[in-house]
Design a protein around this ligand. Structure first.
Ligand SMILES: N#[N+]C[C@@H]1[C@@H](O)[C@H](O)[C@@H](O)[C@@H]2O[C@H]12
Length: 449
């Protein structure tokens, strides 16, 4: 592909999340989150790592914003830690928590960087988990109240909001697979939680429309979407694709864009788990609160075939020959093109942002003090090319936020996986741009490559 130039005003950014970078978990009145509890539970996180210090972004944010400015970022996606705002999840507000995010937003705007703010990136106040967490329907209202507070405090300057980050991961990885906080292994619980997450999303969108701060503002949701391909053209493998696509993608896309759950998956869940619990008016609330944009987190594709067990959910993942990242995820940029075209075709999404795309690699080659992450540079370049092709074919892609601005706490993998375009020395907390960051700086300056 020759030189490509992205549309004017395309937003080139980078993304992070509160628990993964802030640290300062006991500073300035922050309450405990489920990830504080989970990471301090022996055996849950590799090497016993926690987010207690992380990148100490809470105390170093001005330095970080300055580095973002030097890289020429046009946008920065971060999340608000709910427990910094409401230490108990509701009730008493923590002014110092509000002060931090106010200052961060002001620093970003001074640097000419547009903030896009995620309200929930997995750090639920532990006090709410203690009353059932997302399985307690009341939490959907507490979330809407928290969202309204953030719109009120930041909404004059923050004009792009994301309600939830990857509700599929929140529900299933945290409550069915047990690998994330709060660590349950209960599929019926996870399915119930998916509904409450979507209900809370709708209530937060409704609150935004009522906040008086939505003039020119946009609100959306970020979904981790994985295009699914069959291992063969057999009918059995096609059925496996249908289930996996429904389980991971359509279960959230359909209610958000069509106001109804996909019939095949809903029937399967109701029969097997007697879930979700849908009250009269729920689906109308979800249907009536339209989003202004869809955030897509894309990392890789899935290739599946019919598994050995019986049943609609009998799916076996296949790992084709090819290049893989340190997470064991196939490098498959074509999947981004296919995914964007599918969303454009099947859901007619208003605007789309890639709210996360990136890769973990070893980062063990250093040249003149700079991590020579040529593999990450090529990963990003190939995915940018796929995104460009999709734009050329009609997709309303308006921006791209690389995951991640800097190395950070990678959930159950702790600090063992590095996704950053900026290297973080966890002994000294020194930040050093990697080769990919310096290349990205030029891409942003030229709006292409
Ligand atoms: N794993 N992994 C990397 C990355 C994770 O660090 C983000 O917090 C999530 O939103 C999403 O899973 C993607």
């Amino acid at each position: 592909m020759g030189k490509i130039t992205f549309p004017k005003d395309f937003i080139w950014g980078a993304a992070t999340a509160s628990y993964q970078i802030e640290g300062a978990v006991n500073q300035d009145g922050r309450g405990e989150s489920i990830w504080d509890r989970f990471s301090h539970t022996p055996g849950k996180v590799l090497n016993g790592d926690t987010g207690d210090v992380a990148c100490d972004h809470y105390n170093r944010y001005k330095e970080d914003v300055q580095l973002m400015k030097e890289l020429g970022l046009k946008g920065y996606r971060f999340s608000v830690a709910w427990p910094r705002i409401y230490p108990q999840g509701k009730g008493q507000v923590n002014q110092k928590g509000l002060d931090f995010y106010n200052s961060l937003v002001d620093e970003l705007l001074k640097a000419g960087i547009e903030p896009i703010v995620t309200l929930y990136h997995w750090d639920l106040p532990q006090a709410l988990q203690d009353i059932g967490g997302w399985d307690n329907r009341d939490v959907t209202d507490y979330f809407a109240d928290y969202a309204f507070k953030m719109y009120d405090v930041l909404g004059d300057r923050v004009k792009k909001w994301i309600t939830h980050n990857e509700p599929w991961v929140v529900a299933f990885v945290g409550n069915a697979f047990g690998e994330h906080a709060p660590g349950y292994k209960d599929f019926a619980l996870a399915v119930r939680i998916t509904h409450h997450l979507l209900l809370s999303h709708a209530k937060a969108v409704q609150a935004y429309r009522q906040s008086g701060n939505d003039d020119g503002g946009q609100i959306g949701i970020t979904l981790n979407l994985t295009p699914v391909y069959p291992d063969s053209d057999s009918p059995e493998d096609s059925e496996a694709v249908q289930f996996q696509d429904g389980f991971q993608n359509r279960w959230f896309l359909d209610p958000v864009f069509k106001g109804a759950y996909p019939e095949d998956i809903l029937e399967f869940y109701q029969e097997k788990y007697n879930a979700p619990v849908i009250r009269p008016g729920d689906m109308e609330l979800i249907a009536d609160n339209h989003i202004d944009f869809l955030g897509i987190n894309y990392y890789t594709r899935a290739v599946v075939k019919k598994g050995r067990e019986s049943g609609f959910d009998s799916v076996e993942h296949v790992h084709p020959e090819g290049k893989y990242t340190e997470m064991g995820w196939e490098v498959y940029p074509e999947g981004l093109y296919d995914l964007l075209m599918r969303i454009h075709r099947d859901y007619n999404a208003p605007n789309i942002y890639i709210t996360e795309n990136g890769a973990a690699f070893k980062d063990d080659k250093v040249v003149d003090g700079i991590v020579d992450d040529q593999d990450r540079l090529e990963y990003l370049k190939s995915h940018f090319e796929a995104a460009y092709r999709a734009i050329q074919d009609g997709v309303n892609l308006k921006g791209y936020y690389v995951w991640s601005f800097m190395d950070n706490f990678e959930w159950a993998y702790g600090y063992s996986k590095r996704f950053g375009i900026v290297y973080v020395d966890y002994e000294t907390l020194k930040r050093t741009p990697k080769k990919s960051a310096l290349w990205y700086r030029d891409v942003i300056a030229d709006n292409g490559f």
